[in-house]
Design a protein around this ligand. Structure first.
Ligand SMILES: *Cc1c(COP(=O)(O)O)cnc(C)c1O
Length: 441
């Protein structure tokens, strides 16, 4: 079905994830429910870490891009698997710190980090800040000076490589709120500016060329451009960057339109980049930089499944058939945001012929509230357990309380056991911060 070892159909004809029967999980924990396969997450961390160890002498660090799925348990797993993390907000940082994540292995991103977020990062001792604005650099320098310390930073660079799933383009002018452009000289200007700051230590550069990318050549090209830029900075300014962070973006399987990438093949993506860096270091006479990568989706995406219960079914003759579930855009807004495609199955009837084409709709008051469109499943009945696959990334982390629906809980499945890592919300949680001012009473 997909690349995951632990997703299979069991003897009862039920979907099994992490050794747990999905229908039993639905029974025990209720629906909607996010299920994450712990082993899958650990395996992906290891694949990347071992590739850096084996092919690059361990001169690097995998940073799990935690915006894909952020909760305390996942930070614990990342720490145990000896990977670092990147965070993009004070809230993600707080969650990681509360989970006991070592601050020196945290990289902090953001195109508009708030003053209080930067203060908090310094207070926590965040290892590296990835700077994306002049104003940020100024603030950071003053804050570090106040604390009598020097803060390590990378600069976010836009290398002019734009990748979109199955193709990529090179551009000199990229319209992006992220990064300083290589092509127009802004990356060089901010380099000079950063080097003059007394309480800032510029360690190198970061770039992130996009997401859900399957094209090895786009990653190679980005590495190539970054190495060329580093050589130029050494020559012109005597600045030897010792860190190169190439971001994330490795694609995953959502539907059969996507490649099914095995963990061995993910290693090949990284090896292609490592080869490029080594070759360019030799060519330019640079020391091989410490390599950082930031996979998010590929670490947790295929580890996740969302379980729903089928409710109302509505057929519009000659148009389409809607199968409504007890979730929707509040647990997975990706269809509403960008028509994301998914594969759905009936977890209680895995061996039935999938001969119906339906649109899975949510329960929100919004006609765009679709979970997935035109999916092929067996003829569904109310009460069936519908599972949407590859929902581990950018689902729970993008969930909301729209319509005051409760954000579903998350369970972690491993070897036939499952436990909450995010508990169910309650209606009290929904009104926790509501206040009725005196004059309205
Ligand atoms: C989103 C993001 C990532 C992770 O991307 P994936 O496609 O989930 O691997 C990594 N780095 C940065 C800076 C990002 O914004």
């Amino acid at each position: 079905m997909n690349t995951r070892k632990t997703l299979r159909t069991n003897e009862k004809g039920h979907l099994e994830i992490g050794g747990c029967d999905a229908t039993e999980l639905a029974e025990k924990f209720g629906t909607p429910l996010y299920v994450m396969d712990e082993q899958y997450i650990r395996d992906m961390c290891r694949v990347y870490r071992e590739t850096i160890a084996g092919s690059y002498g361990g001169n690097g660090l995998v940073l799990y891009a935690s915006k894909a799925f952020s909760c305390m348990a996942v930070y614990k797993i990342a720490a145990q698997e000896k990977v670092g993390i990147d965070v993009v907000s004070g809230g993600e940082l707080y969650t990681a710190v509360k989970a006991g994540f070592p601050a020196e292995n945290i990289y902090m991103h953001g195109n508009n980090k708030l003053r209080q977020e930067l203060e908090y990062a310094l207070e926590c001792g965040v290892g590296t800040i990835v700077v994306d604005a002049y104003s940020e650099l100024d603030m950071l320098d003053l804050m570090a000076a106040d604390r009598g310390k020097t803060q390590d930073i990378l600069l976010r660079v836009n290398p002019g490589v734009e990748a979109h799933t199955h193709h990529f383009i090179q551009t000199a002018k990229t319209d992006s709120k992220f990064g300083f452009s290589l092509a127009d000289g802004s990356a060089e200007k901010i380099t000079e500016y950063a080097l003059r700051k007394k309480n800032i230590r510029l360690r190198g550069y970061h770039c992130h060329i996009g997401s859900q990318i399957f094209e090895k050549q786009s990653f190679r090209l980005a590495a190539d451009k970054m190495m060329a830029f580093m050589a130029e900075m050494k020559k012109k300014h005597g600045f030897c960057a010792d860190k190169l962070n190439l971001g994330g973006g490795y694609g995953i399987w959502y539907t059969d339109e996507d490649a099914k990438i095995s963990s061995a093949e993910y290693a090949l993506y990284l090896e292609a980049v490592i080869e490029e860096i080594k070759a360019k270091a030799k060519e330019y006479g640079l020391r091989e930089p410490c390599l950082l990568i930031e996979p998010g989706r590929s670490v947790v995406g295929e580890a996740g499944v969302t379980l729903y219960t089928v409710g109302a079914i509505k057929e519009i003759p000659g148009i389409k058939k809607y199968v409504a579930v007890d979730g929707g855009m509040f647990d997975n807004p990706r269809y509403a945001l960008y028509q994301a495609k998914y594969t759905a199955v009936l977890a209680n009837r895995m061996n039935d012929k999938a001969d119906d084409i339906v649109t899975v709709a949510g329960k929100c008051c919004e006609s765009g509230d679709i979970v997935c469109a035109n999916v092929r499943i067996p003829k569904a009945n109310s009460g069936d357990i519908l599972a949407v696959l590859s929902t581990g990334a950018y689902n729970y982390s993008m969930a909301s309380n729209y319509n005051r629906n409760l954000i579903p809980p998350v369970v972690l499945a491993k070897e036939g056991k499952a436990e909450y890592i995010v508990k169910p919300q309650t209606y009290e949680d929904i009104i926790r911060n509501d206040v009725i001012p005196e004059y309205l009473k």
